[in-house]
Design a protein around this ligand. Structure first.
Ligand code: HOZ
Length: 432
């Protein structure tokens, strides 16, 4: 049994001064049972907690640590930037350079504005879409999560599902009424919805690969169909690539699927692990943003020099090393093949969805293509599996409704260890 005495004490203590003891709900482990582990450090493929335990990390800060923790290329850039002050609240050369780099890598981005989180990016992107089109409504998909902005907490994924509050109290009826929802991967339902709200929809926003109801990939033709519909109806198509940007390909899911949105939101990885987000898109849309245009959006910490240095180092590395993606894909493919072989041996047929270095196991025998099918998963079983893997030194996302993210620090050898732990954990939870 892995010790958790110090983490347990800290969690207890945290309850007095932090809501629920954590600064982001999913971390509280409520969806899987048990108490969260409090981390001290991480290096390469491993996290180390307050009790001195080592865990192989399959979250990687929900994506950004794609090169493993404390990657030298990023750390060196941060260390070099620190002596020059942590914040100016004035423009810098680095902001120009990272903007140019992002524009050169992401097909749908001609201009980009840096912000501090994915939530800020999505909130700002829909404001621009509304300002540009003069329309109020937006369409999002059930089970997709776009951060905690009011407009998105309707049928939201991630922690909002886990904690049973997909439509959060505190969101006004007016805001909720302006957010329409459709089932993911269902073009017909979307066409009906847009027809019923003709001329009123400013934007359709989606994760081109959904990662917040577990991993759900777009069905063939879905993204292309969205593109056509948006063109026909004058709707701004927004890809939320906070998780998939620079992870599935240098140009994100839009490069992989060959579908270019009007706007893109980015986060996590563009700060190399520091708090950064960005939104960008077509020149004519982005020129609506203040001070070029009338849509207001601002931030003292936006373009922060340390975060820009980390992000620049990360993105430059990814642009210069496309083999990173081949390596990640091959390790993820081995892991998933191993998990499938384990299931065959144990007579199980749970669903595993994977694309590149992101994957999810769903404890259901149904194909998972949308929120409804994701919800057929046995979440109690997932909780037992999670804890069994944790006991074997593997740190998974603490909810069925999240994706896993590999890093290049997870070697084929570690992949073997993972597959073995998966076998033992499946066996253990089946016995229970
Ligand atoms: N919203 C994140 C998962 N989709 C979790 C963030 C966190 O707890 O760090």
């Amino acid at each position: 049994m892995i010790q958790a005495t110090v983490s347990n004490e800290l969690f207890q203590r945290a309850q007095n001064s932090i809501p629920g003891g954590v600064n982001s709900p999913v971390r509280a482990f409520q969806a899987v049972g048990g108490n969260p582990r409090f981390m001290v450090s991480a290096k390469g493929p491993y996290l180390y907690d307050e009790d001195g335990n080592q865990f192989m990390d399959l979250i990687n800060s929900w994506g950004p640590m794609i090169l493993g923790h404390a990657a030298e290329v990023v750390n060196e850039a941060v260390q070099k930037a620190i002596p020059n002050s942590l914040s100016f609240g004035a423009p810098t050369r680095k902001e120009v350079e990272i903007a140019e780099l992002i524009v050169s890598m992401v097909p749908g981005i001609e201009k980009v504005r840096m912000v501090n989180s994915g939530t800020e990016a999505t909130m700002s992107a829909i404001r621009v879409a509304r300002g540009y089109t003069g329309r109020d409504k937006i369409i999002k998909f059930e089970g997709c999560y776009h951060g905690h902005g009011d407009s998105f907490l309707i049928s939201a994924g991630s922690g909002a599902i886990t904690l049973g509050v997909p439509d959060s109290p505190g969101v006004t009826k007016g805001t909720a009424n302006d957010t329409l929802t459709a089932p993911y991967n269902n073009l017909e339902a979307l066409k009906t919805l847009t027809a019923a709200n003709k001329g009123q929809v400013a934007a359709i926003i989606l994760e081109p690969v959904a990662g917040n109801m577990g991993l759900v990939t777009p069905q063939p033709g879905f993204l292309q169909g969205l593109r056509t519909l948006c063109d026909q109806e004058g709707i701004v198509l927004i890809f939320d690539e906070v998780m998939t940007g620079f992870r599935l390909a240098p140009g994100g899911a839009q490069e992989l699927f060959g579908v270019t949105p009007d706007m893109t939101t980015l986060g996590k990885i563009i700060g190399g692990g520091m708090p950064v987000g960005a939104y960008g898109g077509k020149r004519e849309l982005m020129d609506y943003v203040s001070p070029a245009g009338p849509v207001y959006q601002a931030g003292t910490l936006s373009g922060n020099p340390i975060a820009m240095s980390a992000g620049m180092a990360m993105l430059t590395f990814l642009k210069d090393h496309p083999e990173t993606y081949t390596q990640l894909d091959s390790t993820a493919a081995s892991i998933v093949a191993g998990m499938q072989a384990n299931m065959q041996q144990l007579g199980l047929s749970y669903t595993i969805n994977r694309i590149g270095s992101m994957f999810s196991i769903f404890f259901t025998n149904e194909e998972v293509v949308d929120f409804d099918s994701a919800k057929t998963s046995d979440t109690a079983l997932f909780g037992r599996y999670f804890n069994s893997m944790l006991q074997r030194g593997i740190y998974l996302a603490p909810s069925q409704y999240e994706a896993l993210f590999l890093s290049t620090a997870i070697t084929e050898n570690l992949a073997e260890q993972y597959i073995q732990a998966n076998y033992e954990s499946l066996q253990e939870v089946l016995k229970a």
